[in-house]
Design a protein around this ligand. Structure first.
Ligand code: PLP
Length: 399
């Protein structure tokens, strides 16, 4: 018997496919705008100083399994303070089920499984567009997916009225996935007033808001400000689910540190929900590696290191914003007739350029500039050294 004869290659992931093609390119001027991880002005990955300090602090500590539950609860305690606010009732009362997760992806996957188990037959609504892996995650968990209107491709902004209509038209008690800040891939977030209206309609319709928080800090440079949407929902008395990732804002991609929290009626229900989440995790992967969890809980748990982290987040965000402004300036100097204003308005790590797949192909073939086919550019890949080359290429393909 030829065991795996019926297995054919899976389609390439749109993002890792771009990186593979980039690595194979020998052009010295090549630029990778595909990957959504922070790079410094030399285009290099960064180990934050706060991570170095946390490493020094934990070096020599023993990694026996006996430390695991203590370290893991510390991570959860600190993570929930970051999203819900350290003085929030839910944090003070402990009326949440929190569990460390294998980064943001793992937190989403755990929640998707939990949703299917305890609300069988329920669906999930995603913004259109959303991070492509959301579709894979909920598909694999066998939860049917629907889209709700989000981006207006013509106006290059939020399609707010269609979004509200979709919230109103979804069956009562639906699950919705929301990006609390720095929406991936569009870089377009609702305003505070719009969030209040969204929250209002969620309340009317009894929908469940699940926030996927992969870029806290990256929209405004301020961690509390970037949790504003979640805090609005909290004020309005919603029961919230939240996936958190430290891949981007701590530059810890490879360590896979995250947290899943679900608000509950009281501590007793929270314990029940947590035990079910732990049961799902145990059968999927046991428990996550402890080193990254130690790093993150050491950063969040030490006021000095935490302050340093907050400053470093601001430095990363400032650099990205500077690159947005410089890119627009360079395009203006080239007298580009194309409308690039939206680049300035978008926030977070990405710029949803509006380039067509043909233009994206030309950038790759003629200029060795790589991005996903939807025209999403990671601004973290833009540097002082390559911004004018990029502007020139963008101008050439949009003439
Ligand atoms: N959610 C969104 C919207 C993302 O963009 C990402 C990463 O690109 C993730 C979740 C998950 O990232 P990770 O699993 O590395 O934390």
């Amino acid at each position: 018997l030829r065991w795996w004869n019926h297995v054919f290659p899976a389609p390439k992931d749109p993002i890792s496919g771009v990186t593979e093609a980039f690595l194979a390119d020998t052009c010295p001027r090549k630029i990778n705008l595909g990957v959504g991880a922070y790079r410094d002005d030399e285009g290099k990955p960064v180990v934050l100083q706060c991570v170095r300090e946390a490493e020094a602090k934990i070096s020599g500590c023993n990694f026996l399994e006996s430390v695991f539950s203590k370290v893991s609860s510390k991570l959860v305690e600190e993570s929930v303070k970051l999203v819900y606010g350290k003085d929030s009732e839910v944090v003070k009362e402990g009326s949440y089920a929190g569990i460390q997760a294998i980064s943001g992806t793992g937190a989403c996957r755990l929640f998707a499984e939990f949703q299917r188990r305890f609300y069988p037959g329920s669906q999930i609504y995603f913004p259109d567009p959303t991070w492509s892996n959301h579709h894979n995650i909920w598909r694999d968990a066998q939860v049917p997916r629907r889209n709700f209107h989000y981006y207006d491709w013509n106006a290059k902004g939020l399609n707010f009225s269609a979004l509200i209509d979709d919230i109103k038209n979804a069956p009562d008690g639906s699950f919705f996935l929301l990006h609390p800040c720095a929406h991936n891939p569009t870089g377009v977030d609702p305003t505070e007033k719009q969030w209040r209206e969204i929250s209002y309609w969620f309340k009317v319709k009894n929908h469940f808001p699940f926030f996927d928080t992969a870029y806290q800090g990256f929209a405004s440079g301020d961690l509390d400000q970037d949790a504003q949407s979640i805090r609005i929902f909290l004020e309005d008395g919603h029961w919230i689910g939240c996936a958190q990732s430290f891949s981007k804002n701590m530059g810890l991609y490879g360590h896979r540190v995250g947290c899943l929290s679900i608000l509950c009626a009281d501590t007793e229900k929270a314990a029940a929900v947590k035990s079910q989440l732990e049961k799902i995790a145990r059968a999927m992967y046991g428990s996550p590696p402890v080193h990254g969890i130690l790093l993150v809980s050491s950063i969040l748990g030490d006021p000095n290191i935490k302050r340093l982290w907050e400053k470093e987040v601001k430095v990363m965000v400032d650099r990205i914003q500077r690159m947005r402004a410089t890119l627009i300036e360079s395009l203006t100097k080239l007298s580009s007739s194309h409308d690039w204003e939206h680049i300035k308005d978008q926030v977070g790590m990405f710029c949803y350029s509006g380039l067509t797949p043909e233009q994206v192909n030309r950038l790759r073939a003629e200029f060795s500039i790589y991005m996903t086919r939807d025209g999403r550019m990671s601004m973290a890949g833009v540097t002082t050294g390559n911004v004018s080359y990029l502007a020139n290429a963008l101008h050439e393909v949009t003439k």
